[in-house]
Design a protein around this ligand. Structure first.
Ligand code: ACO
Length: 320
């Protein structure tokens, strides 16, 4: 049986950093409020040039370099994003062009903050069945471009960035399992109105809209359940997990989950303090950071989780 193995990871963060202190100059908020409710201290904000395909390209290049491969070795590109450069072509095509390769399939997946885990799962199926050998999976978002900077209840929460992995077929694990869920009944808890001007309701702003408390409650319950499902599917006790790489939305959600899973916080990769919520990029950014700084070692067992507007959520168990 073939497994998909993470051969290399990469990431990209926009150059501009906006601290909580800077936000207080334009929004009625405080550093103390933001840190105590979310754990966020700063976020990276993309420039006009730093689009999803641009950031995804740079993250992808770094992942290729880490994998010691070149772009022509890639058999497929999947980009998880809710903030594509254009309505069409898709961001994966634009990224393919930047990489200077043609012919291989390239497509986007719009699964909000859970996009990377969903894309990883799809890529894993192609490799396990033997159809493809090497896949570039990118999670990237520019949520600050769809954030209302006058709405203090949302604008403090988001940041921009990209993370990428190169998956390759191998005889030993690899991704052990992925677990995906969705509940469309929750569509009004967290959404971005359509960007099609002809279909937007009058007076509706094209920005993220969120019922923070509803998201918080649902996220903790859904992520706890999907992580238990992932552990049970692999007959693993919590103690088998070397690293939890959670979706970086809110430090309170992350610590609540670590407590429920009885995982000490020093086994949890946290970037939300510096990156805020980067949506589809949050998990691969955290993964890349912890691999590059040497915390995550080959052979260790990783548990990934993510949740986003839909709601959509999922988990993955991976031997790195
Ligand atoms: N600064 C100061 N005060 C604020 C701010 C702010 N930035 N934002 C809201 N407030 C005020 C509110 O106006 C309210 O004031 P009031 O009591 O006078 O009406 C008060 O703070 C409490 O507001 P709540 O929304 O009840 O605050 P809560 O404790 O629920 O925290 C938060 C809000 C941080 C959004 C929380 O609900 C949360 O983290 N939810 C999860 C949302 C999330 O993670 N979303 C990310 C996207 S989804 C995803 O990735 C899964």
């Amino acid at each position: 049986m073939k497994y998909s193995r993470i051969l290399g990871t990469g990431s990209y963060l926009p150059k501009k950093i906006v601290t909580n202190e800077e936000l207080t100059k334009t929004v009625d908020t405080t550093d103390e409020w933001i840190v105590s409710r979310t754990g966020i201290r700063a976020r990276h904000v993309a420039s006009e040039e730093e689009t999803s395909s641009y950031m995804g390209y740079h993250a992808g290049l770094r992942a290729l370099e880490a994998a010691k491969l070149s772009a022509k070795d890639i058999d497929m590109i999947i980009v998880a994003t809710t903030t594509p450069d254009k309505g069409l072509p898709n961001t994966a095509c634009l990224l393919q062009e930047r990489l200077g390769i043609t012919g291989i399939p390239a497509f986007d997946m719009t699964v909000a903050c859970a996009g990377f885990v969903y894309a990883l799962s799809v890529a894993d199926q192609y490799i396990r069945t033997g159809m493809l050998k090497t896949i570039l999976v990118v999670g990237v978002d520019v949520l600050t471009a769809v954030t209302n900077w006058e709405d203090r209840s949302t604008c403090v929460l988001f940041g921009d960035g990209a993370g990428a992995v190169i998956l390759q077929a191998a005889d030993k694990p690899g991704i052990l399992s992925t677990h995906l869920h969705a509940d469309g009944r929750q569509k009004d808890s967290l959404y971005i109105p359509t960007w099609l001007p002809g279909q937007r309701k009058e007076n509706e702003l094209p920005y993220i809209s969120m019922d923070g408390r509803a998201v918080f409650r649902f996220a903790v319950k859904a992520l706890e359940q999907v992580m238990e499902e992932a552990l049970a599917a692999n007959q693993m006790p919590q103690s088998a997990i070397d690293w939890l790489i959670p979706h970086q939305a809110n430090l309170r959600i992350i610590t609540a989950l670590a407590e429920k899973l009885k995982l000490p916080l020093d086994k949890v990769v946290v970037t939300v303090d510096r990156h805020a919520n980067t949506s589809a990029a949050s998990v691969p950014l955290a993964l890349d950071e912890a691999i590059r700084d040497g915390r995550i070692q080959r052979g260790q067992t990783l548990l990934l989780d993510a949740i986003g507007g839909g709601f959509v959520w999922g988990a993955a168990v991976i031997i790195y």
